[in-house]
Ligand binder design. Structure first.
Ligand SMILES: [Zn+2]
Length: 457
């Protein structure tokens, strides 16, 4: 009788698909600061050379599989990594493992790390990319992803989502409409020994809390998230940023330090730490209500390469000045190709976790909804409103990875695109944003691709 029951349970499990396997690995990618070869710090102005290291920069990977093709989610503490470098990571992982895997590389968008995109060199028009460093990032990501895939072991997964009531206070949005996607979503992956393998964290905010004058390399507020959550729960924290466009930033926000009950001092390491610890503490408290493991038995990853028209003259000039050092080819038809991806985790045919992968900085109204479509100051008033990407998904846990597998800049709702006067929201001068976007058709093209990826069953 007992033996029969065991056989029946085993057969039932097999018919539902494989069991979840997971692992994690990380590598330090802090650049060496040497006399005569400055490390140009990215994200604010040009000519900001690093003078030291406050905390290490990392590439951190979580790999998962249900027996089929594994997926590795890697996050690097970088301003952004172009598709050209991500493609090299994928080739490297395949060569190292001798088999295919879906490798995702997202950048946290830290503004206190090295220039891997070329726009923040010693002065305007001179690239800040150190090719040897980008190659080191690629090798480190290959090593971390391959190690995580090679060490996959039985695991359980839990998910949590929290939207803190005071989240709006952690952003200073410089452009209307003021929309945030303040939801914190995390996946905890534990081994059968109940030890944490990794916690995947998704939240949307610019890691630029230290401001433009800091010259010590740091992962900015994610440093506080890594330290706090790893201390509380163990394992490796893998943080992937969300919809950070136009402008989701803690700079300018008044953030209270829970230790002093006073506003944390601007541009200080404590200010950055408070932001990271805020995210960690909300996740930690969130597990109280979600102790049940999701019995994930199927993982699906899909991706499509999207052709995006490039109309930004500044980006064209940067390419001509070779700031990208051969990356980011604009094709003869003035388009750039970029990957849009979709990841789905399900159990017994039920979709439980969905992730939209966006190759840049999405305006949050394109994630959460709230596009203003009828402002007569817009350049394309009445342009069709793109579907809100988090609403295209149906799972109880939905993530949106920004700067995933590429960084094309801001992705602005077409109906809000505004370069020419009169300006939207009655402004006297043009809004900041379009200057860092490939063009008004990025959002419609990406939304169209995402719609197709999520609808495919
Ligand atoms: Zn940004």
């Amino acid at each position: 009788m007992f033996r029969t029951l065991v056989v029946l349970i085993a057969a039932a499990l097999a018919s539902q698909g494989g069991e979840l396997l997971a692992s994690s690995a990380k590598r330090k990618i802090t650049p060496a600061i040497q006399e005569g070869s400055p490390v140009w710090m990215a994200g604010f102005g040009q000519g900001r050379a690093a003078t030291g290291v406050h905390d290490e920069l990392w590439v951190r990977c979580l790999a998962m599989s249900t027996g089929g093709r594994p997926v590795a989610i890697c996050a690097a503490d970088l301003i952004g990594l172009f598709w050209d470098d991500v493609a090299k990571v994928r080739e490297g992982v395949k060569a190292k493992l001798g088999k295919d895997a879906d490798v995702i590389v997202a950048s946290t968008h830290v503004h206190e790390g090295p220039d891997t995109m070329g726009l923040w060199g010693p002065k305007m028009g001179v690239s800040g990319i150190d090719d040897a460093y980008n190659a080191f990032v690629v090798t480190s990501a290959v090593d971390a992803a391959a190690e995580a895939i090679a060490t996959l072991r039985p695991a359980t997964l839990r998910a949590v989502k929290v939207t803190p009531g005071d989240a709006a206070g952690y952003y200073d949005d410089s452009r209307p409409p003021v929309v945030h996607d303040p939801e914190i979503v995390a996946l905890a992956v534990d081994g059968m020994d109940r030890q944490r393998i990794a916690t995947l964290v998704n939240w949307s905010n610019h890691p630029e809390a230290l401001g433009s004058q800091n010259t010590l390399l740091s992962s900015d507020w994610p440093a506080g998230l890594y330290a706090r959550l790893e201390q509380l729960e163990g394992g490796t924290v893998v943080f992937v940023n969300g919809a950070v466009g136009g402008m989701q930033s803690p700079l300018g926000a008044k953030i209270i330090d829970p230790k002093t009950k006073q506003p944390a001092p601007k541009d200080s390491f404590r200010f950055a730490e408070v932001v990271g610890e805020y995210v960690a503490d909300h996740i930690h408290a969130g597990w109280g209500e979600t102790r049940t493991a999701l019995n994930i038995d199927e993982i699906v990853y899909r991706e499509s390469m999207v052709k995006i028209p490039v109309t930004n003259a500044g980006f064209e000039m940067a390419a001509q000045a070779n700031l990208y050092k051969g990356r980011k080819a604009v094709l003869a038809d003035k388009t750039n190709t970029s990957p849009v991806g979709y990841l789905r985790l399900s159990a017994a045919g039920k979709t439980l976790v969905e992730v939209a992968l966006i190759p840049g900085e999405l305006y949050p109204e394109l994630s959460a909804g709230g596009v203003v479509a009828d402002d007569p100051g817009a350049d394309f008033p009445g342009a069709p409103v793109e579907p809100a990407i988090k609403k295209l998904m149906t799972a109880p846990y939905r993530m949106l990875f920004g700067l995933a597998n590429d960084e094309i800049g801001y992705i602005i709702p077409k109906a809000q695109w505004d370069e020419k006067p009169p300006y939207t929201f009655g402004a006297q001068r043009r809004w900041y944003g379009e200057v860092n976007s490939v063009g008004p058709d990025a959002a419609p093209e990406i939304a169209r691709a995402m719609q197709a990826l999520t609808q495919q069953r």
